[in-house]
Design a protein around this ligand. Structure first.
Ligand code: F0G
Length: 467
């Protein structure tokens, strides 16, 4: 049975999917289809573009399915004291805003979301910005923002009766997918680029029981191959081309608005890889605006690594009308992606909010990561592009001191401990990469020192490191 037949027959039996409330709308040609009719690679049959999940009942003002902003805000607060799993999840707590399941009690959840919003006091001082925050998505159950999307799409996979799920990954998607598949009792298949993912992430995929294939290709090659595989076997694709992933990943937008008492910050800064996350956050804010939960959208800026910057080039060279894939290379392996699937959706989020798209060097990423570490927060390298990007935007006068800025930290610092250790040992950056930044780097490095086991030696070490 093909994946599509399997999905249709499962949907006909007992979908567990809310096919009345939602449909899929192609972002290229506007074609609308029921969720169960999507191809297994989630590409539009007419034009090959990706789909957005759409809720037709919302567009009529006062329509029956349209959430009432005042009532919803009250319910959301009430759920914070609930002991029910779906209420404790920071994704399903917002279930009226992602009505994709018939029975939310069947959601596959690890109590994801509800991540902290930290004040970044040191960076705020250094950059002369009054209100600077980090929304730390690395504080999710498997240590990255992918959990919010995975709970949504895995619940759909289960409702449709799939027995096997799969993803191509630079590491975090595979860790999240493997965990949620294990919770759902499904088999999972991971395709990763050999030697190009951080050990912490690989270890999670193994720990959670995925079949992990290391391929002699890059992320883009893994995703291409997987799109073929899901056409031939009844395997459910869980990359962010799957529009249900983005329904979960839009929920941090709701959390941010809620944290600011339903006003929104001026500016959101997001790392860009396959560009699902920036797209999802844009969708979250857009929908809140349409529903009257907020009165404006924040500017959304996307930051890429200079060695993996296809979207930056697209803006620079083609006014974001087309995108030419690049051969990607960066030590921020999570965003080592040359042909991002969701680039059109990300362009929409940037353009409609008046945000920017720029890139940062390896040295800028390393320095920013160490600075986030020195705040006591820490993050993985890909997340640090946000602070590096903010510095550039601030220097260019694109962000003023009175604005409220939120950086989206996408992954936990323990995901890629090798990177951190290499930085502090001074072996991360090549001489030419660090050129001109040596003093800044030296001030941030905290290598472990070998010390004799005596009080004097330890106290001398303490004195030596005093700055
Ligand atoms: N930050 C981290 C920590 C990531 O793992 C990723 C993507 C991104 C940022 C970029 O997000 O792709 O939505 O633009 N990681 C994917 C993976 C590709 O396979 O784990 P994006």
């Amino acid at each position: 049975m093909s994946a599509r037949q399997k999905r249709s027959s499962a949907a006909n039996l007992s979908s567990g999917m809310n096919e009345i409330l939602h449909q899929l709308c192609c972002i290229g040609c506007g074609a609308r289809i029921p969720g169960a009719a999507a191809r297994s690679d989630f590409r539009c049959t007419v034009c090959g573009e990706l789909y957005d999940v759409e809720y037709p009942g919302w567009s009529q003002r006062g329509g029956q399915d349209r959430p009432n902003p005042g009532g919803l805000k009250w319910v959301l607060r009430e759920r914070r004291s609930s002991t029910e799993a779906v209420d404790q999840s920071g994704v399903w707590r917002f279930r009226e805003l992602l009505p994709i399941l018939d029975n939310f009690g069947n959601a596959v959840t690890l109590r994801e979301g509800n991540t902290p919003l930290y004040h970044m006091t040191r960076a705020a001082r250094a950059l002369k910005i009054d209100q600077l925050f980090a929304k730390h998505q690395g504080m999710n159950p498997t240590g990255s923002f992918k959990d919010t999307g995975m709970t949504a799409a895995m619940s759909v996979a289960k409702a449709w009766g799939f027995e096997c799920v799969a993803c191509a990954s630079t590491g975090n998607t595979s860790a999240a997918m493997a965990a949620y598949a294990a919770r759902a009792g499904l088999r999972s298949l991971v395709l990763i680029p050999e030697g190009k993912i951080a050990w912490g992430k690989l270890s999670q995929a193994m720990d959670f029981g995925a079949v992990t294939c290391q391929l002699k290709t890059d992320f883009d090659g893994c995703l291409r191959l997987l799109s073929q595989i899901v056409n031939e076997a009844p395997i459910y694709l869980l990359n962010s081309v799957n529009p249900y992933r983005l329904e979960g990943q839009k929920t941090p937008a709701f959390e941010i608005a809620e944290a600011f008492d339903w006003s929104v910050p001026d500016h959101l800064i997001v790392p860009g890889g396959n560009l699902g996350n920036s797209s999802a956050l844009g969708k979250g804010f857009r929908e809140m605006l349409e529903l009257g939960l907020v009165t404006k959208m924040p500017k959304i800026s996307v930051i890429q690594a200079a060695g993996a910057n296809p979207l930056v080039r697209s803006f620079r060279e083609h006014q974001a009308a087309s995108l030419e894939p690049v051969v990607a290379d960066t030590r921020a392996t999570a965003i080592r992606i040359g042909n991002p699937a969701s680039w059109r959706k990300a362009v929409r989020a940037i353009q409609e909010t008046g945000g920017w798209c720029l890139d940062v060097t390896e040295a800028e990423i390393a320095i920013a990561k160490a600075e986030i570490g020195a705040e006591g927060l820490g993050c993985e390298p890909a997340s640090a592009v946000t602070l590096a990007g903010l510095k550039k935007l601030r220097a260019e006068g694109k962000i003023t001191s009175g604005e409220t800025v939120v950086l989206i930290l996408t992954g936990h610092s323990l995901k890629d401990a090798d990177y951190t250790i290499d930085f502090h040992r001074g072996t991360l950056l090549k001489e030419e990469e660090a050129a001109g930044r040596e003093a800044e780097i030296a001030a941030l490095r905290r290598d472990a020192v070998a010390v004799e086991a005596t009080p004097d030696a330890v106290l001398a070490a303490l004195k030596g490191s005093a700055r």
